[in-house]
Design a protein around this ligand. Structure first.
Ligand SMILES: [Zn+2]
Length: 380
């Protein structure tokens, strides 16, 4: 149904400022200066493009008992949990989500249920079960593969099943006991086999990596996107500017998983070191996309706006710059040219919030209205 958002301001996803104008929606974005249809008064509010979360886990509950809950879930319960988390994200104005780890079949069913209206949720891109080594990070999701042949087969399996992205665990992770977060899990030839096979099938590869040694291997292999990229060393951040030079030169995207969890770290030095690594990437014009890793303990699915506030505060980038990383820049880096900006003809994914997010990013949490693909899906 056609409608016009009247009396508010619009930030189109690209510049530094919002402008006045009545935004008309008729399936797609129809006009930026008025039109016909139901009038919706949004005085005192700002319209921004629907937010994009580039790294989520809908199957996790965001709490410290996540593993017991995960292990106890039947596939049906997990699907319901994912649907519930997806709905909460949609109502927070997060209209596109890339899920980077859940069992493959459930991920695809939930994505399709959101797409065909069986359940309310964001537009979902899924990786299914991350490709990992035997006993490696998140092996319990069902993605173990060792050696080039098994890695190739794992990629083929996921594409056959209908996954949108390939996720590979280039290092261990803190959430999986018995893995090594610092060391590379796969060799360069194994990662190259993954990338080659994914690219042949027109998919891209996101590599989870924390340890600097693992980041080095992932960059050498030439993955498309680095997840976390935290430069973790033994008891400290082990930042290597030469790797950032290569990330920039190769055009590899970085999804740094910044979250409100940063505020709870007792160690100021850690926060500063992580922020400094990100600043170095901004300085080299690396392709950074916003992501939070929501679903892991302490990171709620709906806290993307609050995470943007953390990002801007600790790296010193402007609020508009931070917001671009979750809208226009995110759409560009995820190959979604139909969204991320508010322009005539674009997909109408919109978040209407009270106040001005360019003055206070936390106003992103004061949701008035959410539009997904031309439909008002939430209204407060
Ligand atoms: Zn993750």
């Amino acid at each position: 149904m056609a409608f016009v958002l009247r009396g508010g301001r619009t930030w189109d996803g690209t510049g530094e400022e919002a402008r006045e104008g009545d935004l008309a929606v008729d399936g797609r974005i129809a006009a930026l200066d008025g039109g016909s249809g139901e009038n919706i008064d949004i005085s005192g509010c700002t319209v921004v493009p629907g937010l994009i979360e580039a790294h989520a886990h809908l199957c996790f509950n965001g709490a410290t008992d996540w593993r017991q809950v995960y292990d106890a879930d039947s596939p049906t319960t997990m699907a319901l949990r994912m649907a519930g988390n997806g709905r909460a994200m949609l109502e927070a104005g997060i209209t596109t989500v890339r899920d980077l780890g859940a069992p493959t079949a459930v991920s695809i069913d939930v994505r399709d249920a959101f797409a065909n209206g069986l359940a309310a949720g964001p537009d979902l891109l899924v990786a299914g079960a991350p490709v990992t080594t035997t006993g490696g990070h998140c092996h319990f999701m069902g993605g173990e593969a060792d050696g080039e042949l098994e890695v190739r087969r794992a990629v083929r399996d996921r594409v056959k099943a209908g996954c949108d992205w390939i996720k590979i665990m280039a290092t261990g992770g803190n959430m999986t006991r018995g893995t090594n977060t610092l060391a590379a899990q796969f060799t360069v030839p194994e990662l190259r086999a993954c990338i080659e096979e994914a690219h042949r099938l027109r998919k891209r590869v996101a590599a989870h990596c924390h340890g600097t040694a693992g980041i080095r291997v992932a960059v050498e292999a030439g993955v498309d996107m680095l997840e976390h990229c935290s430069f973790t060393g033994e008891g400290r951040i082990d930042f290597d500017p030469a790797i950032v030079d290569q990330i920039a030169a190769k055009g590899i995207a970085v999804s740094p998983t910044v979250s409100i969890g940063w505020r709870r770290w007792a160690d100021d030095g850690l926060r500063k070191a992580r922020a400094d690594a990100l600043k170095a990437m901004f300085a080299k014009d690396c392709k950074v996309i916003m992501s939070t890793d929501c679903g892991i303990p302490g990171v709620p699915h709906t806290a993307l706006g609050a995470a943007l506030d953390v990002l801007a505060e600790y790296t010193g980038i402007s609020r508009a710059h931070a917001l671009r990383l979750a809208t226009s820049r995110a759409a560009e880096l995820l190959d979604l040219p139909d969204r991320g900006v508010i322009a005539v003809g674009k997909r109408a994914d919109l978040l209407v919030v009270e106040g001005d997010p360019l003055a206070d990013l936390l106003s992103l949490e004061r949701v008035r209205l959410v539009v997904k693909d031309g439909e008002v899906v939430f209204r407060r």
